[in-house]
Design a protein around this ligand. Structure first.
Ligand SMILES: *Cc1c(COP(=O)(O)O)cnc(C)c1O
Length: 349
């Protein structure tokens, strides 16, 4: 079975697991005046992560959802308005931040261009209309097919934000897939943001965790928010050690994942009926299956019988995700299977 449901399916390798045994541990929830916890491995990870994205400090979380929620609730207070993409993880999944009985933040949606990139004019209009406390961006854009936002557009948005003194948070769950796709350093993408979250439990292959990075002042506040949210951990060096290993060894392997997705999407350009969403920049490929006239569940079931697992999105798309457990051979094989299914379903229309 070729499992393309998600890059969260990556499993730790032996070297990654072995580094846990020699990790120096302590109580990360017990902090000194500088706000540093007593788990040395977690501190190493946080420092390494912050440096990697060009920020002063980092903070370790058990999930990206918690890290994003913490960022939102650190930048904002109840009834603050936040500029977000209606399709983003921050809006769709970090529901606690926007819930009327919890975070009470109010979303303001900005538009996208045909290339599935945030439209700066639309963000500018939102900021001109009323006070906005935070702009959230996602890079790569998961639900828009893994599109990477280029530095030139980030710079334009950051200038608009700067004129209104509004901070920018980047949900960079797949930040390094974006950086590789755009052939830039992750720092170059993060210089336009005041805070950035990235996942190490996805393509980077660590079992658990995400990092939130920003200025020293922001991270000090975020530590307090994390504690309120129940996000403090104790000897979390056991998960920080494989996370650090992933950052030190696995970033470059995302290049292969992006390339496999690109070649998969390229092959699917010859589909008779299904439609691959254009602008496949990174490790995600979306395919519109509505022309087949069957449901996403029916499609996924047929595909699974042929040996490929995929997930559905918005009742319209099938999402194929490439990660380090998927070889180039697998990617070719999967494309062949999707093409065969296309022939079969097209004959029935
Ligand atoms: C996966 C993901 C997250 C959150 O990560 P979890 O660790 O699964 O909570 C946030 N944003 C995006 C875009 C993601 O794909």
């Amino acid at each position: 079975m070729i499992d393309l449901r998600s890059d969260t399916l990556t499993k730790p390798n032996r070297a990654m697991l072995e580094c846990i045994l020699s990790a120096e541990l302590g109580d990360d929830g017990r902090q000194n005046e500088q706000g540093r916890g007593e788990d040395k491995t977690t501190n190493l990870l946080e420092d390494y992560a912050a440096k990697l994205v060009g920020k002063e400090e980092g903070l370790f979380f058990s999930s990206g959802t918690l890290a994003n929620t913490c960022a939102l609730l650190t930048w904002c207070v109840p009834n603050d308005k936040v500029a977000v993409d209606a399709c983003s993880h921050v809006y769709r999944t970090e529901r606690v931040a926007f819930s009327p009985s919890f975070g009470q933040l109010i979303p303001r949606f900005y538009d996208f261009t045909e290339e599935q990139l945030p439209a700066p004019d639309s963000i500018c209009n939102l900021l001109n209309k009323e006070p906005i406390s935070l702009i959230c961006l996602e890079n790569t854009l998961n639900a828009r097919g893994g599109v990477a936002i280029p530095p030139i557009l980030l710079s334009e948005i950051s200038q608009i934000a700067g004129r209104h003194k509004v901070p920018i948070h980047i949900d960079g769950a797949r930040l390094f897939n974006a950086a590789i796709s755009l052939s830039v350093d992750a720092k170059e993408l993060c210089q336009y943001a005041d805070s950035v979250m990235f996942c190490i439990s996805k393509g980077l292959g660590a079992p658990v965790g995400s990092l939130l990075c920003g200025s020293g002042a922001f991270i000090r506040q975020a530590r307090k928010t994390r504690k309120l949210l129940g996000g403090n951990m104790r000897q979390c060096g056991v998960i920080a050690a494989p996370a650090l290993y992933a950052l030190q060894h696995n970033i470059d392997s995302l290049r292969k994942d992006n390339a496999n997705a690109t070649s998969f999407a390229y092959t699917l350009n010859s589909l008779k009926t299904g439609r691959v969403r254009p602008h496949t920049d990174s490790n995600i490929v979306l395919m519109d299956i509505t022309p087949y006239g069957i449901s996403v569940d029916e499609y996924c079931a047929e595909l699974s019988e042929s040996g490929v697992l995929a997930s559905s999105l918005d009742g319209k798309y099938i999402r194929f995700v490439f990660y380090n457990g998927i070889t180039t051979q697998d990617a070719h094989e999967a494309a062949k299977i999707v093409l065969e299914l296309d022939h079969k379903l097209s004959a029935k229309i």
